[in-house]
Design a binder for this molecule. Structure first.
Ligand SMILES: [Mg+2]
Length: 348
């Protein structure tokens, strides 16, 4: 039996949260981030997008395009709290949820009524959070995500199996999952501009040029995607490590690294909506021996300072560093999805 996958994507999320909380901002071009000239735009309301503003644009460029826009700082805590509430809504409709960013998630609702669920989720989000989401429904993740983008904002789009190949044909190759600007220009160089071109191309040539990715985009071009909705996060981990160009003996230098790693890992956790319980520091010495030390916290965290303090404690109290260090790594594992009653009851 076919699966039923829902992809939910909040509309202009950060900007919409700000407009919701300050009605004076409604209908106005609101830009989050990019306040300083060297800063970068994180999000833009639909009104700001009409001026050509989009995320990742330098603040300087944005201000040229829209000098009268309202530029606001990034209030991550507020977006994170709102995101948590929205994820609670998802939980009412499925246990198989994969968050892919702070404002996007997949739900597997196979065997249920996906259209009714999508409508109910949109209603709940509007009623409880005064925000809109666009939802795509299809029989796999690639097409559900494609569908959610087709009628933004406040959209609800279904791609049925029998129409997928035709819908895909006229779309740019850029719409294939994972095809970024680099891959796009490589495909263009082969004369492949539209998904139909990929459908008609030789699979063997794609594989010889791009390996596994070649087979993947060929499959996607026919709407084939068997990837599951990854809802079991407990065996996943996120980590950072770096090999130094020389030997390091200065512990303060290592602590600086842990500080940077903690900031990056905390942001990754927040974006995914996960909390982690186990913090691990890894050292590789100049004779290539490796040591690791871990602590499992009582209460899971995504907090930068807590991760850093724990890592610093491990480094300074749990290792006896007698040899120069060549690599330091920091990992957060034992991840959980907050508000998951099953996982929390097992953990606490
Ligand atoms: Mg979004």
């Amino acid at each position: 039996m076919d699966r039923a996958i829902i992809h939910i994507d909040m509309d202009a999320f950060y900007a919409s949260v700000e407009q919701r909380d300050n009605p004076n901002l409604k209908g106005k071009p609101v830009i989050i981030g990019g306040i300083s000239d060297r800063g970068v735009v994180c999000a833009a309301s639909y009104e700001a997008r009409r001026f050509g503003i989009h995320s990742a644009m330098p603040g300087k460029t944005a201000k040229k395009l829209c000098p009268n826009g309202i530029y606001l700082p990034v209030n991550m805590k507020k977006y994170k709290d709102t995101s948590r509430e929205i994820h609670k809504i998802f939980r009412r409709y499925s246990n198989i949820i994969e968050p892919i960013s702070i404002d996007e998630a997949f739900l597997d609702v196979s065997g249920k009524n996906p259209i009714k669920i999508a409508k109910d989720i949109k209603t709940d989000i509007k009623k409880e959070q005064d925000l809109t989401a666009s939802i795509g429904i299809s029989y796999n993740k690639f097409l559900a995500k494609l569908a959610s983008d087709m009628d933004k904002p406040d959209g609800l789009t279904i791609i049925k199996k029998e129409e997928a190949i035709e819908i895909l044909k006229p779309l740019s190759v850029r719409k294939l999952w994972g095809v970024g600007p680099m891959m796009e220009s490589e495909l263009n160089r082969l004369g492949l501009y539209y998904i139909e071109d990929i459908q008609n191309y030789d699979l063997d040539v794609l594989v010889s040029l791009f390996g596994k990715r070649g087979k993947e985009i060929y499959d996607f071009s026919f709407g084939i995607d068997y990837r599951p909705v990854e809802y079991n996060v407990s065996n996943q981990s996120i980590g950072e490590e770096e090999t130094f160009s020389g030997d390091i003996e200065d512990i303060d230098y290592l602590i600086e690294y842990l500080k940077n790693y903690s900031l990056n890992l905390s942001s990754k956790l927040v974006i995914k909506g996960y909390l982690g319980r186990t913090i691990t520091v890894k050292l590789k010495y100049n004779d290539f021996t490796v040591e690791t030390r871990s602590i499992t916290l009582n209460i899971p965290t995504d907090d930068e300072i807590e991760i850093f303090e724990t890592a610093k404690y491990l480094l300074s109290k749990k290792f006896t560093i007698e040899k120069p260090v060549r690599l330091i790594g920091l990992t957060v594992s034992n991840l959980i999805y907050p508000d998951d009653p099953l996982q929390l009851s097992m953990e606490i």
